[in-house]
Design a protein around this ligand. Structure first.
Ligand SMILES: [Cu+2]
Length: 277
């Protein structure tokens, strides 16, 4: 037996010992997905290695102006061992040259089904000529704090997924409404979900939780609407959920009339265009 073969078999033995050791520690081997990582359908935005974690950042799809699902996978450095007990927070930022601003977001929480930290970012502008977006992912793992900063391309979709306007009640309040559902519209009743945020400062965009939203879908090219719609009501954290009834495929305009909790009109001609075949 030559020396290199000896080393090879020693290495195999060491690997076996290591894998048995990790089994005895109670690692859940079912967490090593063979082919169905739930993040496979997500768009990987980048990979960064910090001192205490390897960080993978994903978006539900290529980042766009509107509500984006954001996922963070954390691994112990140089391994595939998922870190489940970190405290992860975001700081999205747009650098527009003469000034910087953030955008509405929700910090991620660990989701056992995804084996990742799930949060959101609602981009209010596209990147490109106007400026460039980054997301800082701040990781507190057992008191060790690391920051991984990712450059993000933010595109604008053909049909706007975000509208913004100044409140008719208070000209100092700017509001952002992002269409969350239906993300895959179909004929019949669809969940209708919007996220509503207000601009408090360049850095602070808290949820707007006390609005009344009435929806009225129509097919402008055919001159009809639909019955059995349910107005979205506030669930939590700026999420309003109702139902929209698309009685046929094609181009729909979902009109929204928004009032405050005193019944005063905030915006009465907001709408989303939703076209599907
Ligand atoms: Cu901007």
């Amino acid at each position: 037996m030559n020396i290199s073969k000896t080393f090879a078999s020693m290495a195999t033995a060491v690997c076996l010992v290591l894998s048995f050791t990790s089994c005895e520690k109670g690692d859940d081997t079912t967490k090593q997905p063979i082919s169905s990582n739930p993040l496979d359908s997500y768009a990987l935005a980048g990979v960064k290695n910090t001192t205490n974690a390897d960080v993978k950042l994903y978006f539900g799809e290529e980042a766009f102006v509107g509500y984006n699902t954001v996922a963070v996978e954390l691994f112990e450095p140089g391994t595939q061992n998922v870190i489940e007990n970190a405290i992860v927070s975001f700081l999205p930022m747009m650098d527009m040259g003469t000034m910087k601003h953030s955008t509405p977001f929700t910090n991620p929480a660990f989701d056992v089904d995804m084996d990742a930290y799930m949060g959101s970012s609602t981009f209010i502008m596209p990147g490109g000529t106007m400026g460039s977006w980054t997301i800082a992912v701040i990781i507190d793992h057992n008191g060790n704090i690391d920051t991984a900063t990712f450059d993000i391309d933010v595109v604008e979709k053909t049909e706007a997924k975000l509208i913004s306007f100044v409140s008719a009640v208070d000209s100092t309040t700017k509001l952002f409404v992002a269409l969350k559902e239906p993300s895959a519209p179909e004929i019949g009743l669809n969940n209708f979900e919007v996220m509503v945020y207000k601009k408090e400062s360049m850095m602070s965009f808290p949820p707007a939780t006390d609005l009344n939203i009435e929806i009225d879908p129509e097919m402008p090219t055919m001159g009809h609407g639909s019955p059995n719609n349910e107005n979205p009501v506030h669930i939590a954290d700026g999420l309003y959920r109702g139902k929209v009834n698309f009685t046929m495929s094609g181009y729909w305009k979902v009109n929204m009339s928004i009032t405050d909790n005193n019944g005063k009109t905030v915006k009465d001609d907001a709408y989303f265009n939703i076209t599907f075949q």
